[in-house]
Design a protein. Structure first.
Length: 249
């Protein structure tokens, strides 16, 4: 203080001058870091001169603020999806392994009961597509049908009976003819509870004899239909006629 008075400079001014010199560099350093961020905020669309500003100057009034979240890299996202799929597959395989383990330890009669209870039941019918080798198909006149008496030969399958054997039996019972049944041609769902198997067949012997179910049989050419032929059997004959390879088999 005394030295300051001796030089003619007031002590208060000298202290203030030193304080300003010490405070100036930190203030300039702070402004250097803040200015770029402030300029970036001012360049946003909501902060342009003349633009209406919303809360905190983030956009027009009423605009919802959408915080930007950094997304993980694509490799990490793919890895996460792969892990989830692997976990689902493992879970399915574990359930299948548990079901198989339980099924193997059930008595046979319990398995049959479960299969019978939880699976569909069908009435199975058979139809014979009998040709004479020249393209003609054998049809029969049934006594128990009035509007559509003409149809292909066939019948129902008994419990535990092979469908091909059932068809041979039905032809023998209805006409006294013997037939050789070949490969199945088609499977038809007549109704949710009725399944029909269509077989290719040929006569190998016997003489026709009328029965309580069939009064007449004849060979017909596709396109020359007897009156009263079933529409679905007509469609089967037409489909068979378009396949000469099967007709010659």
């Amino acid at each position: 203080m005394e030295q300051a008075r001796e030089r003619g400079v007031p002590a208060e001014r000298k202290i203030a001058h030193l304080t300003e010199q010490r405070a100036e560099p930190p203030q300039m350093l702070l402004l250097d870091h803040v200015a770029p961020a402030r300029q970036a905020r001012e360049r946003r669309p909501g902060n342009l001169p003349g633009a209406p500003s919303g809360p905190r100057g983030t956009g027009p009034p009423g605009a919802a603020r959408c915080p930007i979240r950094a997304r993980p890299p694509r490799a990490l996202r793919s890895r996460g999806r792969s892990r989830r799929r692997t976990a689902e597959v493992d879970s399915t395989m574990n359930r299948g392994a548990i079901s198989t383990w339980i099924w193997k330890r059930l008595p046979l009669w319990v398995r049959h009961m479960l299969l019978w209870t939880f699976n569909a039941h069908f009435i199975i019918g058979t139809v014979a597509m009998i040709d004479d080798g020249d393209g003609r198909i054998l049809v029969a006149r049934h006594t128990y049908r009035r509007r559509t008496p003409w149809a292909l030969l066939g019948g129902w399958v008994r419990r535990g009976e092979d469908p091909a054997d059932a068809l041979v039996r039905e032809i023998r019972e209805e006409t006294a003819l013997e037939a050789d049944v070949g490969a199945p041609l088609a499977i038809r769902m007549e109704s949710p509870m009725h399944l029909t198997l269509v077989y290719h067949a040929k006569l190998r012997g016997g003489a026709f004899r009328p029965s309580a179910e069939v009064s007449e049989v004849r060979y017909i050419e596709p396109g020359i239909w007897p009156e009263g032929l079933r529409d679905d059997h007509r469609a089967l004959i037409e489909a068979f006629a378009r396949r000469p390879a099967l007709r010659r088999a």
